[in-house]
Design a protein around this ligand. Sequence first.
Ligand code: SAM
Length: 228
Amino acid sequence: MKGNSSVVQSSQDGLHPQLDRVVQKHLETPWRQPLHRPSVDAFERLLELQDFSAMRIVLDSGCGTGASTRMMAARYPECVVVGVDQSASRLARLGLGELPAREGNALFVQAELATFWRLALQAGWRLARHYLLYPNPWPKGAHLLRRWHGHPVFPQMLALGGVLELRTNWPIYAYEFERALGQVCPGIEIKSEERASEAGWDGIETPFGRKYAHSGHRLYRVVAKLPD
Ligand SMILES: C[S@@+](CC[C@H](N)C(=O)[O-])C[C@H]1O[C@@H](n2cnc3c(N)ncnc32)[C@H](O)[C@@H]1O
């Protein structure tokens, strides 16, 4: 994927004014939206492929074409790495046929994340590492609830634990994510970084990260070890 992608345009020039209130509401009110049925079926088939009970699990949430998942599988050979995306067309580029499918210590599954994370939590998963690499930014102010930190699933996603890493090319997404993390997990140590490329970020690169870097965008990452 080559460069010339435009920078994220938004009327926001700082944190969304409703961010703290929205995160607090999601902390106080359990989210009851029904699960996405095809993702429930996909999760069940994934459990038939792999017994996760004694495994160290790395999750690549929104893995796209799975290039980053493959790098994680090589980087963490002692772990099972699960790449999840809702896009059948992106996942088809893996060339693995019907999903879920295994490739060495990597597993790939087509699922919607807000359902997948709740199912994983219910199944008792506690992650070693969790990557959220370049989620859709949803830069319109009205779309705050679609950004993962403004989404009602955010507290449950954080409950999966592990070392959580977010990457984005929109600085406001990174600042908001960091602030919301601190609100849900007070006192947690959070590391934020900005670079011109993903070089040096644990050897994990993604097609979108590469495309943004080639287009001259700054890349941001937020990393935190979540409480057990
Ligand atoms: C900008 S792309 C980044 C892909 C990849 N992580 C990368 O860096 O190259 C965002 C990805 O998130 C996926 N995605 C967005 N919302 C999702 C959701 N609710 N459930 C599952 N996947 C989702 C999209 O299908 C897309 O592949």
